[in-house]
Write a protein that binds this ligand. Structure first.
Ligand SMILES: [Zn+2]
Length: 52
């Protein structure tokens, strides 16, 4: 099971569906979720999401 981690609030969870979650179920932010344990993906996300 894939675990996801919210870079905005730090919430971790396992979605029950195969779909990649787009919105954090805890803080409601969009585009902040990354696969837990994937540091490279996290860096890529941060680089793309650089909005200040
Ligand atoms: Zn969150």
């Amino acid at each position: 099971m894939t675990r996801y981690y919210c870079t905005a609030c730090g919430y971790k969870f396992e979605p029950k569906t195969d779909r990649v979650p787009q919105v954090c179920p805890y803080c409601g932010r969009r585009g902040t979720l990354v696969k837990e344990g994937s540091a490279q993906d996290l860096l890529n996300e941060l680089d793309e999401m650089d909005d200040g």
